[in-house]
Structure formats: C-alpha cells, structure tokens
Write a protein that binds this ligand. Structure first.
Ligand SMILES: O=C(CO)COP(=O)(O)O
Length: 214
C-alpha cells in the first residue's frame, strides 16, 4: 500500500512529521510519502523521505506569476505531485496540462476526484494514479473506506474500465490501520490522508498505527 500524508497548510512541524514518516517507512513494506507546502518541499526532501508536491500548474518556464512550476518543485526534491485536490480544483483542460507539466519534470502524478465518474474522466488523461476523495468526508475522521465502501469499489471499476494501468487510491477520514486495511480490501492500492497525522498529538504514533496491520 502507498500511504501519502498530505500536510495541507496545517500548523505542524513539516520536518518533524517528515522524519517520523521516513522512520516508519524504513520499518514497513508499505510505501510512505509526505506532501508538504511548496515552501517546505526542500527541507522535507532533505530528511530523505519521499516528498510530493500538493499541486503543480499547467505552465512552463516564463511569464507566470504566483504559479507552481513542476520543474522547480522537482529541483527542490519533489518526486510526485497531487493534481486537482478537492481543495485545489482545476478545470479539465488544466488537469490535463498539469499532468503534462508534471511528466515533463519527471514527477509522478495522482489526480484527485470527488466521485467514480470523475475518476473515469481523470484516468482517461493518463496519470500514474487517481484518488477518490468524497469532499464531505474530508477532515471528518469518518473513513471513506468504512463509511462509503461503494464509492471506493466504483472508483476502482471506473478507472479499470478506462485504463487498468492507472492505480486507484482513496482518501478522506482515514486515520487508523483498520481504515487502511479496509481500503486495500476494496481494491485501493493506497490512501491519502491528512488530519489523522498532521493534527495528531503524536504523529509518529499515528503513523505506526497506520502501518501496524500491513
Ligand atoms: O484531503 C485529504 C488528503 O488529501 C484527506 O484529508 P483527511 O485525512 O484530513 O480527511
């Protein structure tokens, strides 16, 4: 399983969380990574943890102000990027452009989507992976894999129907190892999570619990 910890703009110490993720990653067969804010990518990557960007824009070097350039994030140490997160929605043409920008920079891609229909459309654009995250469950602590198993299974079917090379992850409310196991049982190859680690009193303990049953 791939476990990607999205730090959003939570007021946690990104380097301390990154070190905890790196340490847990070394002790488990699961693949763990962290997606910090752009300003923290370089410091987080320097810990040795697999580091992802939260977003890239569909742009190239040039006359663009206030954008996230894929090449710059890759140079700072990012190995992949989320695209179209529920909190950073893009138009279809821009999702396509962001995937192409990420590919150009050598970044792995996960396109997020609200529901199985959007998962199918996203898979058609050829990212490495898609992630279904029902917005109403994000940040609630109610795990999508247990509260809405159909949405995960339907997302897996939708992506497989378009391109079975595209992996499917799920996210929203995931915070325990049991939630991760139920996601795997539904056919997800990984999970995205945020508050369960970024807002935990002890992020290292929260991470240890996440991988414990894997
Ligand atoms: O948006 C998410 C991960 O990208 C999920 O957030 P929570 O884990 O806080 O529900």
């Amino acid at each position: 399983m791939f476990i990607l910890v999205n730090l959003k703009t939570y007021p946690c110490d990104p380097v301390a969380v990154a070190e905890a993720v790196r340490d847990v990653d070394e002790k488990t067969d699961a693949r763990l990574a962290v997606a910090p804010q752009d300003a923290h990518v370089e410091r987080v990557a320097a810990t040795g943890v697999e580091t992802w960007a939260q977003h890239v824009d569909p742009i190239d070097h040039g006359s663009n102000t206030g954008h996230a350039l894929a090449e710059s994030l890759a140079e700072a140490g990012a190995e992949g990027t989320l695209i179209n997160h529920s909190e950073k929605r893009l138009k279809l043409a821009d999702i396509d452009g962001s995937i192409r920008a990420a590919e150009r920079a050598g970044l792995e891609t996960i396109v997020c989507a609200n529901n199985p229909a959007q998962i199918g459309a996203s898979a058609a654009l050829g990212p490495d992976a898609v992630a279904v995250e029902p917005p109403e469950l994000i940040g609630t602590g109610t795990p999508v894999s247990q509260a809405d198993p159909d949405v995960v299974e339907d997302a897996v079917d939708a992506a497989d129907g378009v391109d079975d090379d595209v992996s499917v992850l799920c996210g929203a409310g995931i915070s325990t190892g049991e939630d991760v196991v139920s996601a795997a049982d539904l056919g997800a190859e990984g999970v995205l999570l945020a508050s369960g680690v970024a807002k935990a009193d002890d992020p290292a303990a929260a991470l240890a619990d996440l991988v414990d049953p894997l």
